[in-house]
Design a protein around this ligand. Structure first.
Ligand code: HEC
Length: 108
């Protein structure tokens, strides 16, 4: 559990090596790989939601039971809600979309 955020960071850092594309493009249109989406999730979200979306720390809901649409999830991730921090100054739009799509895998 404690190691996971670190692993995510390492993954992010190493995925930039050998590529000419910048890590965080200013535009929201770049492609975010599944590995990058996973690293972002581990780094930004697993603290409360856990690796499988079911941790429910800090009174967060079980993501595997969530039935929000992609748009609703993107809005929630962008602006935050309650104790959940918004990511609009941290992640670009493509990254927010990728993370919102990534968490669909937690649904049963
Ligand atoms: C500090 C703890 C915390 C972090 C970090 C966090 N969340 Fe949350 N999340 C919450 C809480 C608390 C709620 C419930 C908000 C409410 O309804 O008041 C929530 C709600 C959600 C929901 C809505 C689920 C539903 O159906 O109601 C989604 C989706 C979600 N979070 C995804 C994410 C993603 C993706 C990240 C990373 C970018 C993230 N969260 C980071 C605490 C957190």
């Amino acid at each position: 559990m404690l190691m996971m955020p670190l692993a995510g960071l390492l993954l992010l850092a190493s995925s930039g090596c050998g590529e000419s594309a910048p890590q965080a493009a200013p535009s929201g249109d770049q492609q975010v790989s599944e590995a990058q989406a996973r690293a972002l999730y581990i780094r930004k979200c697993s603290l409360c939601h856990g690796d499988d979306g079911k941790l429910m720390a800090s009174k967060s809901p079980d993501l595997s039971l969530s039935d929000l649409t992609l748009e609703e999830r993107m809005a929630l991730i962008t602006y935050g809600k309650g104790t959940m921090p918004g990511q609009k100054d941290v992640l670009n739009k493509a990254e927010i979309r990728a993370v919102a799509q990534y968490i669909e895998r937690f649904r049963d």
